[in-house]
Design a binder for this molecule. Structure first.
Ligand code: CMC
Length: 392
């Protein structure tokens, strides 16, 4: 009964009301809690923006100190959880490991959690935001066969992540402030993006009152695909396959060919039909970072040329297909020495702030209902069960 509309992919359906993130797709505007992403990326730090997304306002000095201290205090993970990593093959994709170990947080904190208790919600938020970098670094160390590096309290959120990724026993590792700030800006740009596939997944999983750690694990699963967060890894793979500027026209021709499943990775967006503001910031940050590091990356030249050729092509312009956040994001991570299969993991680490803020907004909404879409049934009409010998 009732009136339903058929909207595959939720192209025209608002699944919730939210006060966290605003996007004006045609104009290329992105605001978090009313603040422009450009300002947050230029002047904010990880602790400012994570507090803003989670609690609705920028913290004053005292609130920020408490927030930072609470994040630092939650960085460690239970030693028994660390043993999970030894069960994975060293060639396992780190995203596969993340799906498992983040879901396993539920096994460690399940009994203590009442999803309707405001204090428990905030405790869960601090746990996931603080522990995801530790779990991600351990996934990386598993892949490269190095011992785990424990968190260091004196370092910032992103400085500590670089330390856990790159420090090795017996060698001094000093976090480069340039790399630390580059990763921080990158993280701020990836923290939230309203009702994308992974955030919607977290909200739907959480709407059943499931444990938030399990809901975040389901978000990681949705993020992994190349149409979503997996695009940052896929862009670098695509650029490497294109290989040289003279191969760009052939790649663009393939992307336009409807009989070929190949798409330009890092191009197009469900909501932006103009330049993604995050891609604009990442692009200029790539220039700045590579310049400061006095490093050239042939993939940067290739990306710039690919963008130029595509944006001169009627196919891309008429469909509103512009670079999205994933187009330049891998180039920054490459410059920081982060391997390709960790790109989507770092996206998950950053997006965890948005996921848990959205989960908290959803679960504390008194008008909340379980996420339960309807379908358009296209199967057989009613028919009678036939005995096995009577089946045609
Ligand atoms: N290359 C070539 N053609 C494309 C592309 C592309 N990257 N993206 C969309 N199109 C075409 C598509 O074939 C369709 O053409 P037509 O109207 O002739 O059938 C038209 O543009 C509309 O595409 P759509 O698939 O209906 O659009 P959508 O809103 O469902 O999909 C998208 C959005 C992001 C999944 C898609 O643009 C895409 O696959 N892009 C490549 C993957 C990618 O970069 N993903 C990252 C998304 S943004 C950040 C994130 O979520 O992590």
């Amino acid at each position: 009964t009732g009136c339903f509309c058929y909207d595959p992919g939720f192209k025209a359906t608002c699944s919730c009301a939210s006060a966290i993130t605003y996007i004006d797709g045609p104009r290329g505007v992105l605001l978090h809690r009313g603040y422009a992403i450009e300002e947050l990326a230029a002047d904010g730090d990880f602790d400012d923006v994570s507090y803003l997304l989670l609690f609705g306002d920028l913290p004053d000095r005292k609130a920020k100190a408490l927030h930072s201290a609470r994040l630092v205090a939650e960085r460690r993970v239970h030693e028994r959880l660390i043993h999970f990593y030894s069960g994975f093959l060293s060639n396992a994709h780190p995203m596969a490991i993340m799906v498992g170990v983040v879901g396993a947080l539920s096994a460690f904190y399940h009994d203590k959690l009442d999803v309707f208790d405001a204090g428990d919600q905030v405790a869960a938020a601090y746990r996931v935001i603080a522990k995801l970098p530790t779990l991600a670094a351990m996934a990386y160390k598993t892949a490269v066969g190095e011992p785990f590096v424990y968190p260091r309290d004196a370092l910032s959120h992103c400085g500590n992540l670089l330390h856990m990724l790159f420090a090795k026993p017996g060698a001094e590792y000093v976090v480069d402030p340039l790399a630390e700030r580059a990763l921080e800006v990158w993280m701020i740009l990836h923290m939230d993006h309203e009702q994308n596939a992974s955030t919607s997944t977290v909200r739907i999983a959480g709407s059943s009152e499931a444990n938030p750690y399990a809901a975040i694990a389901s978000g990681i699963t949705a993020l992994w695909g190349p149409a979503h967060g997996g695009a940052n890894e896929a862009v670098i793979r695509m650029l490497e396959e294109i290989g040289s500027v003279d191969q760009i026209p052939a790649a663009v021709a393939r992307a336009k060919d409807k009989s070929d499943s190949f798409r330009l990775m890092g191009f197009g967006h469900r909501v932006y039909k103009s330049y993604d503001p995050r891609a604009r910031i990442l692009k200029s940050y790539c220039h700045e970072l590579l310049g400061k590091l006095q490093r050239e990356d042939p993939l940067m030249e290739l990306a710039l040329e690919l963008e130029k050729v595509a944006l001169e092509d009627e196919y891309f312009v008429s469909r509103g297909l512009y670079p999205n956040t994933d187009f330049y994001s891998g180039i920054i991570l490459r410059a920081l020495g982060i391997p390709r299969d960790m790109y989507t993991v770092l996206f998950a680490v950053a997006r965890t702030v948005g996921w848990i803020s959205q989960w908290r907004e959803m679960i504390s909404d008194s008008t909340r209902v379980i996420g339960r879409p309807r379908q358009l049934y296209v199967g057989p009409a009613p028919r009678s069960f036939a005995a096995v010998d009577d089946r045609a």
